[in-house]
Design a protein around this ligand. Structure first.
Ligand SMILES: [Zn+2]
Length: 258
């Protein structure tokens, strides 16, 4: 019975350990990325990325798979390394290859990610897409050692090279619809990077176990010890005397009976 209780306790402990362990792992690992490389809209040029440009598609209702399929199936004259929606991050072009998202100068410097849009206003869709994009960019910052000044909106790139970018201002409007600015997005990316860079939490403090103090040897007073010894002996003698008297009495009694 006790054994059975012990094994149940063991199973519960194991379950807790696994649940907490896996939960932490999932958080540390962020979001899964699916690689589905496209066959069209590929430059074939090599890229050493120096930063990330964040876009929104301006194509309501087309999720990440739909955008992927569009770029994959035909020439569009545009592409990005990543497409994100409310449940997935798809890598469509390797990070070491130029994509077509911000004009020739920027394309040869930066990675690009497209945030997709729901068909109609949808806060949950936005939140999931936003959080995935924030994590994706923070993770790249950690991997490449970039700082937040290496992270741009398409709008910022348009201001830097106006002749090359057709005046795009995304993703500002998409963020504004959900009460965000690009500055806030950068702050959220920085906060996520800080989390990714945070040293692992120190182990929980162990309860302090008070070691039993070493037993002090009783101080022996030789005089007192002698006295005690004497008293013990006296008692022994006395006891022996009683035993002797008792023995004699028993002996006499037996003799009488006999
Ligand atoms: Zn754009």
């Amino acid at each position: 019975m006790f054994k059975k209780q012990l094994s149940i306790l063991f199973v519960i402990t194991l379950w807790f350990a696994l649940t907490i362990g896996l939960g932490t792992k999932a958080f540390a690992a962020g979001y899964p990325i699916t690689e589905e490389l496209i066959h069209n809209n590929r430059s074939g040029e090599s890229l050493s990325p120096q930063g990330f440009v964040i876009h929104s598609t301006d194509d309501p209702g087309a999720n990440a798979q739909a955008i992927h399929d569009y770029w994959d199936s035909q020439y569009a004259g545009s592409s990005a390394h990543y497409v994100v929606d409310d449940h997935s991050i798809i890598r469509t072009i390797p990070e070491n290859e130029v994509a077509w998202h911000v004009g020739p100068t920027g394309n040869h410097k930066f990675l690009g990610v497209e945030m997709t849009m729901p068909a109609t206003h949808n806060q949950a869709y936005f939140n999931e897409t936003y959080n995935r994009t924030v994590w994706l960019v923070a993770d790249a910052m950690k991997r490449y050692g970039w700082n937040i000044n290496d992270i741009y909106s398409h709008h910022m790139i348009s201001n830097m090279w106006p002749a090359e970018t057709d005046g795009h201002t995304d993703p500002d409007e998409y963020l504004a619809e959900y009460g965000k600015t690009f500055d806030q997005m950068r702050a959220d990316i920085q906060a996520t990077l800080n989390q990714l860079n945070a040293p692992p939490a120190p182990p929980a403090p162990q309860p302090v176990v008070q070691k039993s103090a070493p037993k002090t040897q009783p101080v022996v007073n030789p005089e007192k010890a002698k006295k005690v010894e004497k008293a013990k002996k006296a008692e022994e003698v006395q006891n022996n005397g009683y035993i002797e008297i008792f023995g004699r009495w028993v002996w006499q009694a037996i003799a009488k009976v006999g």
